[in-house]
Design a protein around this ligand. Structure first.
Ligand SMILES: [Zn+2]
Length: 244
């Protein structure tokens, strides 16, 4: 299986929710950031459904999740923008208005590589992940052509590669090492509001250390699984589209 794009000058990772980028491609972004890439995040929703606490004050949760996303970007070593489109969590759509926004940020940030959810992953339940995937693909198409959204008054921009994470048919692996694994884990654990619901780590539990070790082992196992596709110890697998 082919692996390792040349290190891009810049990369834009597009996600439905705060934390999706770190799960999907955090180690790859950490590798590129360490090699000098400017790494940007674009998060489509406000993350306001991301709690199991029915009494949670949702505006406070949104603000917290934005802070956590910025901390996660720093933990990856990313120095680019962290942009929030702010659509209500669970209600993201992939219509023209949203596509306009994604194309705008691709044109404004001019990433060499764009990364996002694979919208064609079969049996994916969460609608936001499907829609964010379609917005990534459709946003790239709109951004690259000067006749789409000319009122944006920005030069059109054609990235050189699109990497889809959580891929239905992965055909590309980015090799990562121990340093990138550590950065990915630190970035994931920066999403503190998600520790219980997503990572199954409860700070108030006597099992906390074991829970954290189990989470770290799951992340590492996944990286080993992905790396094995290319015959290497650790990696992140993608569907790569380089004919843009
Ligand atoms: Zn998500």
């Amino acid at each position: 299986m082919p692996r390792d794009l040349p290190t891009p000058a810049s990369a834009l990772a597009i996600a439905a929710h705060p934390d999706d980028v770190e799960f999907g491609c955090g180690a790859t972004l950490a590798k590129w950031a360490a090699a000098g890439s400017t790494v940007h995040h674009l998060v489509c929703t406000d993350g306001s459904k991301g709690t199991w606490d029915p009494g949670q004050e949702l505006l406070a949760l949104v603000a917290q999740r934005q802070d956590e996303q910025r901390a996660a970007a720093r933990a990856l070593g990313a120095t680019g923008e962290v942009v929030f489109l702010g659509w209500p969590d669970g209600e993201l759509e992939s219509g023209v208005r949203q596509r306009w926004q994604v194309a705008y940020w691709i044109r404004r940030l001019t990433p060499e590589v764009v990364l996002g959810h694979d919208p064609w992953k079969r049996y994916r339940l969460h609608p936001d992940h499907r829609h964010a995937g379609f917005l990534t693909v459709d946003g790239v198409v709109a951004a690259r052509d000067p006749h789409f959204f000319p009122e944006q008054s920005l030069p059109h921009h054609r990235p050189s590669a699109l990497l889809l994470f959580e891929a239905d048919e992965p055909d590309h692996v980015e090799a990562v090492g121990e340093a990138e694994v550590e950065r990915k884990l630190a970035a994931l654990e920066s999403h503190r509001s998600q520790l219980v619901s997503t990572m199954h780590i409860d700070a108030s539990s006597p099992e906390h250390d074991a829970q954290r070790d189990a989470f770290r082992a799951r992340v590492r196992d996944r990286l080993a699984e992905h790396g094995a596709r290319a015959g290497i110890p650790l990696g992140e697998a993608f569907k790569a589209i380089t004919d843009l």
